[in-house]
Design a protein around this ligand. Sequence first.
Ligand SMILES: C[S@@+](CC[C@H](N)C(=O)[O-])C[C@H]1O[C@@H](n2cnc3c(N)ncnc32)[C@H](O)[C@@H]1O
Length: 297
Amino acid sequence: MLHFPVLLEESVDFLITNLDGNYIDCTFGRGGHTSKILRKISPEAKLTSFDKDAEAYEFAKNIKENNFTIKHESFNSLSKYFDEGSIDGILYDLGTCSTHLDNGDRGFSFMRDGPLDMRFNIKKGKPLSDWINNASYDEILNVLYSYGDEKHGKLIAKAIIDFREKKRIATTFDLANLIKDCYPGSRKKIHPATKSFQAFRIFINNELNEIAESLQQAKKILKKNGIIVVISFHSLEDNLVKNFFKPQNLEFPKDIPINSIMSQEFKCIAKKIRATEDEIDINPRSRSAIMRVFKKL
Ligand SMILES: C[S@@+](CC[C@H](N)C(=O)[O-])C[C@H]1O[C@@H](n2cnc3c(N)ncnc32)[C@H](O)[C@@H]1O
């Protein structure tokens, strides 16, 4: 299946404030947002896109515009390439592409059998199968609670330990089926492995840390009045983003006659923007998208 870019018009409209500006798309994917930005900006403007996935990088090589560059790297390396105050707008469209879920060989989906990998960048780190066959009960439980909010985490962690005493957990179906078998009650709509797969994906890709590191760099490289647009797909990402841009309460020493002052580097100019019913009809994945937009003051 093709990847449908989410909140495409809305995000790019907010992002571009100067047609000749310097822009970054942190999550190229299949280039939905990148192509839209390139159609909108002038040939004098610049766009640099990032993706740590090798297939996304290969796909990006089909884009021939002279003002476009692709980096096969994590978006936590922004400050390696850009000077402070040099960028007009930065876009994040977080999470996975449909193309990850559709390809069983990547190990992202509980609906397709394949090696249990789940890494965006298969050249870095270890596949999930290496970790899950060696982690302790507590480590597994911690991932399920922290990144999946999985209320049956204890049952699942125990089922993982029991399973691997007999056989290595090697495939997505090994993991999905053992979760299904231990999961209490019948859940008709949502697969019992949904939250666990999300939790393991966030963990194995170090997703939340990389987002936080990237936002820290994004803050610096943006120009005054520069824009950051973030599209998130679950509350952990969205809360991280929201809290990151909250005004800071600066504390002063006791001998200075000011108790505290709010330091506001960014203004939130749009919050909790969601896909329309029309978009959700065409692309059900957009149902969980939340967009926030911030402007550097
Ligand atoms: C939802 S998709 C982006 C889709 C894209 N906006 C489009 O319209 O085609 C998210 C992409 O971000 C990439 N990604 C995830 N974490 C990343 C990171 N830390 N650095 C760079 N790319 C990352 C994934 O590989 C995936 O291709």
